[in-house]
Design a protein around this ligand. Structure first.
Ligand SMILES: NC(=O)c1ccc[n+]([C@@H]2O[C@H](COP(=O)([O-])OP(=O)(O)OC[C@H]3O[C@@H](n4cnc5c(N)ncnc54)[C@H](OP(=O)(O)O)[C@@H]3O)[C@@H](O)[C@H]2O)c1
Length: 263
């Protein structure tokens, strides 16, 4: 049975560990503070390691789940323990395979980069995956299956990771804003906020499901619900006059540019 080690046990690692089938993998965790890590291990029903180096020695795949700004110092402490048979998995936003190779101080370390999103907390992450040439098929399949246990996994070329991060990593915030805006309109017109939010969230969920199930282009669905001289087309035209599509695209472009500035 493969052992999966997590360095850093915050929101994302906790969501992933909660989703993993623990009859298929041994799970080992190592955090910043041993007493806290031991408590987390008890509550997650996994094992804790006394140090990051002990974790690496005892793991087949190591998931680096600390914040991107902490990762370089964590990696520095691991370098002497890293061997060719350990596959490193980073979920850190903005750190490329080349950055991770540099931090591992090895020419041939197997490294996988994965970008999950916040929906991992409810088992519905939309994640991207890319690997370097040193990762074997077995460990790649294991990495995929770990993230498939908390949602879907898309193979994405590394050049597209920033765009994916904007479309799937940051977009939940924009979708929450959209839901809140619709709900607030409901409040303006007399429906209590809590009820309006539930109505809108259910409608957003079902509309997304409709796109996925029907395979139809979203614009053809817009046309289908817009009757001639009807109510919906009045709203559609109002959104267009206020640059709805252009504003959304500008937000995604700003997100991608910001990520590049952080690198
Ligand atoms: N959350 C998301 O939606 C999301 C989405 C995509 C990718 N990610 C990536 O996932 C990674 C983790 O994010 P998160 O949201 O889970 O952050 P988080 O909740 O802040 O978790 C980070 C964890 O790392 C621990 N930590 C700090 N310094 C450490 C050290 N030296 N050694 C070991 N552990 C240490 C922290 O412990 P203390 O709390 O005790 O300091 C904390 O438990 C990040 O790289 C982020 O870019 C997150």
């Amino acid at each position: 049975m493969k052992t999966i080690g997590f360095i850093g046990v915050g929101k994302m690692a906790t969501a992933i560990i909660s989703g993993i089938d623990k009859t298929k993998f041994n799970i080992l965790i190592s955090g910043r503070d041993l007493t806290k890590t031991e408590e987390q291990a008890r509550s997650l029903k996994v094992s804790s390691a006394a140090s990051h180096t002990e974790l690496v020695k005892n793991s087949d795949l190591v998931i680096l789940s600390v914040k991107p700004q902490v990762l370089p110092s964590v990696m520095t402490g691991l370098v002497s323990t890293l061997t060719r048979d350990k596959t490193l998995i980073s979920i850190a936003a903005g750190l490329t395979l080349a950055d991770l190779k540099h931090l591992s101080q090895s020419e041939n370390q197997p490294i996988i980069r994965i970008m999950p999103n916040i929906n991992a907390q409810i088992g519905k992450s939309t994640s991207a995956i890319v690997k370097n040439e040193f990762v074997n098929d077995e460990d790649y399949a294991v990495a995929r299956s770990i993230f498939e246990s908390v949602g879907t996994v898309h193979e994405v070329a590394e050049k597209d990771f920033s765009t994916f991060t904007a479309l799937a990593g940051s977009s939940p915030a924009y979708i929450y804003m959209f839901i809140d805006a619709l709900s607030r309109a409901g409040v303006l017109h007399g429906i209590p906020k809590e009820t309006a939010t539930k109505i809108v969230a259910e409608t957003v969920q079902a509309s997304a499901e409709m796109i996925l199930q029907s395979g139809e282009n979203p614009w053809s669905l817009v046309d289908k619900v817009s009757s001639p001289a009807g109510t919906t087309v009045a709203g559609v035209v109002s959104l267009e006059q206020n640059r709805f599509v252009g504003n959304v695209i500008d937000a995604i472009t700003a997100t991608i540019e910001r990520e590049k500035q952080l690198n």
